[in-house]
Design a protein around this ligand. Structure first.
Ligand code: NAI
Length: 386
């Protein structure tokens, strides 16, 4: 099957590499010739690196490159069986592009968007045949990240998500099925990792280095929330939070923070700007955390309870299955274990007690416990026992 990809930026180029490596002829389209050149150079460099690491033979790398066709004309999509869009995050622009694709592609060509924050259903609504449309959400960098969220629109025909899951599995990826709701799985469930950590900082309970220490050293997370936000970039991270917050009709649980907004306003975007929560200037001395186990554990349990609550609510509201929720968080953001299994290990009653303690202290809706967590705690059950 020939695959068409629109947008040759960070994501489009990565997805093109994945599909071509899996053996598909790929047409990678961009309106900007410089972006196409950059994508070609980037894919070549990435394949070279994989060769050096012994993960790809020289023959396979050459064959992959030969399967890639860089183009600026959509007529090249006429023989595609699947077209994946990875252009600018703008609903009207995406809808317009799919109208153009439908003029050229065959009637049974599958259509997909890689959007992170827009409604798949809203994009599909612009299509003449929305039943063949769905979300295929890769993570950055697509050639290295295993997780792919498959998101059917309200209009998607029954069975298509399963077909696309099989296709993506054949590419060596780990697909999970998510409902078309803001943030899908990962970008929704992960919000408190950032938001609650910032809240703890704002309250003066601990500084960034201490909170990062608690989450990494005591919690086993690969990066602490502040180091991770600096790595992602505050522009990107804040935009995702804003989109999820707006998407949930301004549910206070997802409210963005003024602290992060201020970093953004100042241009302190994180590592790429040389300054974020931390100073990245050459020779800058990293701040020392306060290694107080009691304080650290209370921070960890607060953030963890909020994360578990988010996962529990996503399960409760049927955003995804428990298996897919666990897979999404362990492969999409490398959490040390699935949040539901983590809740089971701690005991749902203990997690609920942490949340109810916060709710009691602050009287904020932000800390309301998921009905599912409350039910499990009441019935002395666990997520994986029911
Ligand atoms: P990017 O800015 O790196 O690349 C976008 C590319 O699309 C540019 O090369 C641009 O010239 C091209 N483009 C824009 N409008 C076009 C049009 N009408 N026709 C043809 N080409 C057009 O963006 P990035 O980061 O690759 O994101 C693309 C999509 O993937 C967005 O929807 C984003 O939400 C989503 N996404 C991004 C992730 C990330 O970490 N960057 C992760 C997962 C999804």
């Amino acid at each position: 099957m020939t695959i068409g990809i629109i947008g040759s930026g960070a994501m489009g180029a990565g997805i093109a590499q994945v599909a071509a490596t899996a053996g598909h002829p790929v047409r990678l389209l961009d309106q900007n010739p410089a972006a196409l050149e950059k994508a070609r150079a980037g894919i070549e460099a990435s394949l070279r690196k994989l060769m050096e690491k012994g993960k790809l033979t020289a023959g396979a790398a050459a064959a992959t490159l030969a399967r890639l066709h860089f183009t600026s004309t959509m007529t090249d999509f006429a023989d595609c069986g699947l077209v994946v869009e990875a252009i600018v995050e703008d609903l009207a622009v995406k809808q317009q592009v799919f109208k153009q694709v439908e003029e050229i592609a065959s009637a049974d060509c599958l259509l997909a968007s890689n959007t992170s924050s827009l409604s798949i259903t809203a994009i599909a609504a612009a299509c003449r045949r929305p039943e063949r449309f769905l979300g295929i959400h890769f993570f950055n960098p697509a050639p290295l990240m295993r997780l792919v969220e498959i998101v059917p629109a309200a209009q998607t025909r029954a069975g298509l998500a399963e077909e696309v899951k099989a296709l993506v599995t054949s590419w060596g990826k780990t697909p999970v099925l998510a409902q078309d709701t803001p943030g899908f799985i990962v970008n929704r469930v992960a919000r408190p990792f950032y938001g609650e950590a910032i809240r703890i900082l704002e309250e003066g309970i601990a500084d960034a280095a201490t909170i990062d220490w608690a989450l990494t050293e005591l919690g086993g997370f690969r990066m602490g929330p502040f180091a991770l936000m600096d790595f992602i970039g505050h522009d990107v991270n804040f935009r995702v939070t804003e989109a999820v917050y707006a998407g949930f009709f301004y549910d206070s649980r997802y409210r963005p923070s003024l602290t992060q907004q201020r970093l953004l306003a100042a241009g302190y975007l994180g590592r790429k700007a040389g300054w974020g929560f931390y100073d990245y200037a050459p020779g800058a001395v990293p701040p020392t955390p306060r290694r107080d186990a009691k304080l650290g554990l209370s921070i960890l349990h607060r953030v963890l309870a909020m994360l578990i609550n988010e996962a529990a609510d996503a399960l409760y509201l049927r955003v995804a299955s428990r298996e897919d929720l666990e897979l999404a968080m362990t492969t999409g953001v490398n959490y040390p274990q699935g949040l539901l299994a983590w809740a089971d290990a701690l005991g749902p009653a203990q997690v609920l007690a942490t949340l109810d303690g916060l709710y009691h202290e602050y009287h904020e809706d932000r800390y309301r416990a998921s009905p599912l967590l409350r039910r499990l705690a009441r019935d002395n059950q666990t997520f994986f026992s029911v």
